[in-house]
Design a protein around this ligand. Structure first.
Ligand code: PGA
Length: 253
């Protein structure tokens, strides 16, 4: 049986929102509103806030990470940021392969694969996002799409690398649309992801793989996903921007 983590994971992705003072007041209020020990709380914040927010949450269970990085260790790549820089600023993890990166910045599985390897080399935990388009969903191509993204983005990884990888299943049509996937669909795709990983890397890796669901999760529907026996948690965009909403989701774990 796939293992559930002892604590569910509630991850937030702030995208390109908030200022540093807003971010600081968010984490201050979060600790007042909720028992942070109930869940593993991850927040993927904009680059400029990583240091300030990491310092603020020191000694609490809240873990700060980034939303992207470059695959190179350093170099003449104007405007890019490296895994080392993220770590130095206080990031403990990085989101990679988010559908907005794939869609608007044309990131390929090959590029994402290089980033995954670099992040692991620098001991940053990775949340790899995968998910099908609406067309793939409607035409029965979901599992084929997941297989392409998973095998492409995780190519050459070794069994032990998976200790530092979380998979976020985020159907593209559900991200930011207000229309989440049904818990039944999520459970089915969750199984499909485990099966793809098991086939390639073996039962140990498949069974211990941690999978999150993301896509229009909010305080009203979070319980449906948190109750799914094989799901390890949720990845939240819009509802992670509002501290009351985010705290409500955490309190349902
Ligand atoms: P959403 O975003 O919760 O606003 O759908 C999810 C995500 O982008 O990870």
């Amino acid at each position: 049986m796939p293992s559930k983590t002892q604590k569910p994971i509630v991850a937030g992705n702030w995208k390109m929102y908030k200022t540093l003072p807003e971010a600081i007041s968010f984490v201050e209020k979060l600790s007042q509103l909720t028992d942070e020990n109930k869940a593993t709380i991850l927040l993927a914040v904009p680059f400029t806030m990583i240091r300030g927010v990491s310092e603020k949450v020191e000694g609490t269970p809240v873990v700060i990470g980034a939303q992207n990085m470059n695959d190179a260790s350093q170099g003449a790549f104007t405007g890019e940021i490296s895994a080392k820089m993220l770590k130095e600023a206080g990031a403990k993890f990085v989101l990679l392969g988010h559908s907005e990166r794939r869609q608007y910045f044309h990131e390929t599985d090959e590029f994402i694969n290089k980033k995954v390897k670099r992040a692991l080399e620098e001991q940053l935990m990775v949340i790899l996002c995968v998910g099908e388009t609406f067309e793939q969903h409607e035409s029965g191509q979901i599992e084929a799409a997941l297989e392409t993204e998973l095998l492409g983005s995780l190519q050459d990884l070794k069994e032990e690398d998976f200790q530092n990888i979380l998979i976020a299943y985020e159907p593209i049509w559900a991200v930011g649309s207000g229309k989440p996937a049904s818990p039944k669909d999520v459970s089915q795709e969750n199984e499909a992801i485990r099966a793809i990983i098991t086939k390639k890397w073996g039962k140990n890796v498949g069974d211990s793989l941690k999978i999150l669901y993301g896509g229009s999760v909010n305080p009203q529907n979070a319980k449906d996903f948190l109750n799914e026996p094989q799901l390890n948690g949720v990845l939240i965009g819009t509802a992670s921007l509002n501290v009351d909403d985010f705290a409500k989701i955490i309190s349902q774990t």
